[in-house]
Design a protein around this ligand. Structure first.
Ligand code: NAP
Length: 284
């Protein structure tokens, strides 16, 4: 069996076209959706991420502001910038790129962002809203994974068993909550799970969000299962790869996401969706 590909690039294109249309309609009413991206320091990977986010905004017709600061910026100064953006009516979403320099408390900065502008969905209020099923911004990566499932007709997961590998606050935990909300029966695995394969072999949907190559191999997958690979790693040749042994697993799974070209583009896309929805809420 050869799995069908869930193409994150193609799906992103489709969703971003819809975002651009809705953004244009809102702009015509005098409210241009705006995202502020704040980068502190010169982390190479972060520089690429923020550039991609700003470019995606521009391509979709959103207003974007990139604020870059020296690594020596004080926590107090960063908190003051966040406060200013909270009060800026042209800005509907605020993203502070993590990781921050060590002398700055990530948590304190994220909590300083107004929940109304928390388009990354990392604020405790956003996590809490997801937990209790209230309206709030959903963390972009798991939100993108849900869109991918929806795209293959799996919006409602009633009767399905989903296994999430990883329990971070930004991917694993919100992923599990979103799957639960979609009526899946959810198992969350982590580094303390005794027999990962015994769990994943029961799964109709597996989401791998670990950050280690080959965490999921063909013998760990039920034939026909949907496999979503969130991981971002480098292989021996230095090429980007996921957590899943793609070549092996694609022979067993029913659907699989590639890396690159899978979850990555969807993450940025859902950031645009959240920013647009924030602006729509502000305008209503
Ligand atoms: P993280 O905070 O390091 O969390 C990794 C999780 O994996 C932890 O819960 C850890 O368990 C678990 N784990 C580690 N080794 C394991 C093993 N052998 N078996 C089962 N579970 C294991 O990472 P993250 O921020 O969630 O990111 C996960 C991966 O996704 C990374 O590769 C990251 O780069 C990627 N990512 C991609 C995107 C995207 O847009 N494509 C976005 C975000 C993240 P413990 O909790 O027990 O330590």
């Amino acid at each position: 069996m050869t799995a069908q590909l869930i193409d994150g690039v193609a799906l992103s294109k489709q969703v971003r076209t819809e975002v651009a249309q809705r953004a244009a309609a809102l702009t015509a009413k005098g409210v241009k959706p705006g995202l502020a991206v704040v980068l502190v320091g010169d982390n190479q990977a972060s520089q690429v991420y923020v550039r991609n986010k700003v470019k995606a905004c521009e391509d979709a017709g959103l207003h974007s502001v990139l604020e870059k600061y020296e690594a020596t910026m004080s926590e107090a100064d960063l908190l003051a910038r966040v406060e200013a953006l909270n009060n800026d009516p042209a800005i509907h979403g605020i993203l502070v790129q993590l990781p921050l320099p060590k002398h700055i408390d990530d948590h304190k900065v994220i909590e300083a962002i107004s929940p109304e502008k928390d388009v990354d969905g990392f604020h405790v209020a956003s996590a809490g809203a997801l937990m209790v099923g209230e309206k709030g911004f959903k963390a972009c990566t798991p939100y993108g994974c849900m869109k991918m499932l929806e795209s293959i007709g799996m919006k409602d997961l009633k009767g399905k068993h989903a296994v999430v590998i990883g329990r971070s606050n930004i991917v694993g935990k919100p992923m599990a909550m979103m799957l639960l909300q979609a009526n899946a029966t959810v198992t969350v695995c982590h580094s303390g799970t005794a027999d990962l394969g015994a769990m994943t072999r029961q799964a109709d949907v597996v989401v791998a969000a670990v950050g280690k190559r080959n965490v999921l191999t063909a013998d760990m997958v039920k034939p026909g299962a949907v496999v979503i690979d969130v991981g971002m790693n480098r292989n021996d040749e230095g090429k980007l790869c996921g957590d899943v042994d793609f070549d092996g697993v694609k022979e067993v799974a029913g659907w699989i996401t590639p890396v690159p070209g899978g979850v990555g583009p969807m993450t940025i896309t859902m950031l645009l969706v959240n920013t647009l929805e924030s602006a729509e809420r502000a305008a209503s």
